[in-house]
Design a protein around this ligand. Structure first.
Ligand SMILES: [Zn+2]
Length: 278
């Protein structure tokens, strides 16, 4: 059976591929490794490439040391904009973020990555300029994704009705199918009437996945594990998704057919890949 964690991070300062060995021991088969800013590799000379290389190298380490399949998501993390504005001023900061989108798109085109993300807007209140600039940068990322046919993994505030509407409108404007826009760290908002066709990636808490499954199978599951040695236990453990799968099956809360949709069919359609059992 395929068991996929749709969004987690690894850090060069953390457990790295060893965290994924634990995931594998519990029955996990695939991960989507998402880029995040790494303290030790700041954005240099206006390019995100040195940072993206860290993520790609960690993906390679997972492939070399485990049997877990790795998809990669690359993009300029939304909160980076605030740091870049302080360093470079507003205009240059936006240019660097846009370039980060282009660099991610190029790596998707080369087959080294499978999605643009996580990108979006800060999850906390910001001034109007930052909000609008973030939306504009996200819109640009969606345009690039539309050309490539790849998904965009969105980081933003906890979704309200307005959030789903905003994302749907942005996707439409960019010509990107709404189902290629993934709301990561999502609540179990599964009905298309509510999420407006945006694709939810649900945090794998027990109540959340139960609630999601009671509404259907159009979602993926994730931990958003951050592999930060300074904040152990701050987020769900990397073993959570396979443990949750077993718990759902043994408790009769999900069938194998349902989990096959959540863990295999949905990601296959999103990323345009075929997932094989190891
Ligand atoms: Zn994340």
């Amino acid at each position: 059976m395929i068991v996929l964690d749709n969004h987690l991070h690894l850090s060069p300062r953390g457990m790295g591929w060893r965290a994924i060995r634990d995931f594998e021991k519990k029955g996990g088969t695939h991960i989507v490794l998402s880029h995040m800013p790494y303290q030790e590799t700041p954005v240099l000379e206006g390019s995100f490439l040195s940072q993206y290389k860290v993520t790609l190298a960690m993906a390679e380490e997972v492939r070399e040391n485990t049997g877990v399949g790795v998809l990669v998501s690359l993009g300029p993390y939304p909160v980076e904009l605030l740091r870049l504005v302080e360093m470079l001023g507003k205009e240059k900061a936006v240019a660097v973020m846009r370039r980060g989108m282009e660099e991610a798109a190029t790596l998707v085109e080369e087959g080294k990555a499978h999605a643009i993300g996580e990108v979006g807007r800060p999850h906390f209140p910001v001034d109007e300029w930052t909000w609008e600039a973030s939306n504009e940068i996200l819109g640009y990322g969606m345009e690039l994704a539309a050309e490539l046919g790849c998904p965009v993994i969105v980081h933003c505030e906890s979704a309200t009705e307005q959030t789903w509407k905003d994302l749907a409108k942005m996707a439409d404007n960019a010509g990107l199918p709404r189902e290629k826009v993934v709301k990561h760290y999502s609540t179990p908002t599964i009905s298309i009437e509510e999420n407006r066709g945006i694709f939810p990636s649900v945090l794998a808490g027990k109540d959340a996945v139960k609630k999601a499954l009671s509404q259907g199978t159009r979602f993926t599951m994730e931990t958003d594990y951050i592999d930060d040695p300074d904040r152990p236990g701050a987020v769900l453990a990397p073993t959570t998704v396979p443990k949750r799968a077993r718990w759902l099956l043994e408790g009769g809360m999900a069938t194998e057919t349902e989990l096959d949709i959540v863990f295999r069919k949905n990601p296959e359609r999103l990323y345009g890949v075929e997932l094989k059992e190891p």
